[in-house]
Design a protein around this ligand. Structure first.
Ligand code: PHE
Length: 343
């Protein structure tokens, strides 16, 4: 009988030794100590058939062995748990001496795009749609349709790049050709803005560039007046430079509007008292505008007796230069990273 207990103990400790996880541990625990059919439990039950004094010595041994096995199992349990924690801790280990990983380079918008999107949102909030137009434009849309016939001197001030062998095609000198295109395509009433690249044949310097951005605006409806135009332009000026910004409109000739104006806003730097930015005038010139000329409406298939409209053109590039204090226009198209990374 004693031997049976000793054998069981030996078997038990061999089994405990090779346990690999807590499932196996629970299984072995049941197999040995389970209330119903545990091997040790059964063996201990059979003690009752022994004579009283043998029962006493063997019983004592049996209890000792039971305790030893329980301690063996407990030790194994602790060992397994420690191993588990060990791998967890190892997984979460943080090596604070590891050199920093290289920073991921992230792109960002070009300053032109920042201003363009900002104004697009403002105009969308006023019910305008945003249109794109072709940069390679026909002579007709760029000039003729805008009341600038072939011999008109206004063509001289907007010399541009022509396409060899295709004298009717040119790089658009302003976004205004989209006025007639939009009217032809969408009809009236119409409220639209057209941001985009324009080109001119310039001797480049700090203020002149062959490639620049404008934002055209066109509203055509019944009963549109100069007051509507002024209201919209004032809203834009206040959005750009603050609530107390004033707009000054002075007559200027553009063949496609009548009357035509040159639009200025109070200098945001000196608030109108005169400084370097506004060349001591107190005003910054930022757009051209006017009421759409009847012959332009006619080109757009719009009856000028029924409909009126206003148009404006912002120098987007100029707005960018003013906003960021850029003093050389050529930087904007230069692709110079040192310059671009500042925005
Ligand atoms: N297209 C004109 C320019 O480039 C600006 C303008 C647009 C003026 C619309 C009046 C109306 O200078």
């Amino acid at each position: 009988m004693q031997n049976k207990f000793e054998d069981l103990k030996t078997q038990a400790f061999l089994a405990i030794k090779v346990i690999k996880d807590s499932d196996e541990l629970v299984a072995l625990e049941n197999k040995l100590l389970g209330r119903k059919n545990g091997e040790l439990t059964n063996l201990m039950k059979s003690l009752k058939d022994l004579s009283a004094d043998v029962k006493k010595t063997v019983g004592q041994l049996a209890n000792e062995i039971k305790t030893e096995i329980e301690i063996g199992l407990d030790n194994k349990r602790r060992e397994l748990r420690q191993a588990e924690w060990g791998t967890l801790i190892e997984k979460e280990r943080l090596d604070i001496t590891q050199p920093a990983l290289p920073k991921k380079e992230r792109g960002h918008f070009h300053p032109n795009t920042i201003i363009q999107k900002d104004l697009e949102n403002l105009f969308i909030s006023m019910g305008f749609m945003v249109l794109d137009g072709p940069e390679l434009e026909s002579d007709y849309y760029n000039f003729t349709a805008l009341n600038i016939p072939e011999t008109h001197p206004a063509r001289d001030s907007q010399d541009t790049f022509y396409i060899k062998g295709h004298s009717n095609w040119l790089m658009r000198t302003h976004t205004s050709p989209m006025q007639v295109r939009a009217m032809q395509k969408y009809g009236v009433p119409l409220r639209t803005i057209v941001p985009g690249k324009c080109y001119r044949n310039e001797a480049t310097d700090v203020r002149h560039e062959h490639t620049f951005y404008q934002m055209e605006g066109l509203v055509v409806d019944k009963g549109i007046s100069f007051a509507h135009m002024k209201g919209v332009l004032e809203a834009v000026a206040r959005h750009l430079y603050g609530q107390d910004t004033k707009v000054r409109l002075r007559p200027k000739f553009y063949p496609f509007v009548e009357p035509g104006v040159n639009g200025e806003v109070t200098c945001y730097l000196c608030k109108g008292s005169g400084c370097r930015l506004c060349k001591n005038t107190g005003w910054l010139e930022i757009f051209g505008a006017g009421l759409v000329h009847p012959s332009v409406l006619k080109e757009g298939n719009v009856d000028s007796k029924e409909y009126q409209g206003f148009a404006f053109g912002f120098g987007l590039t100029r707005l960018v230069m003013l906003k960021y204090g850029i003093d050389d226009i050529r930087l904007l198209e230069s692709g110079n990273m040192k310059f671009l990374e500042q925005f």
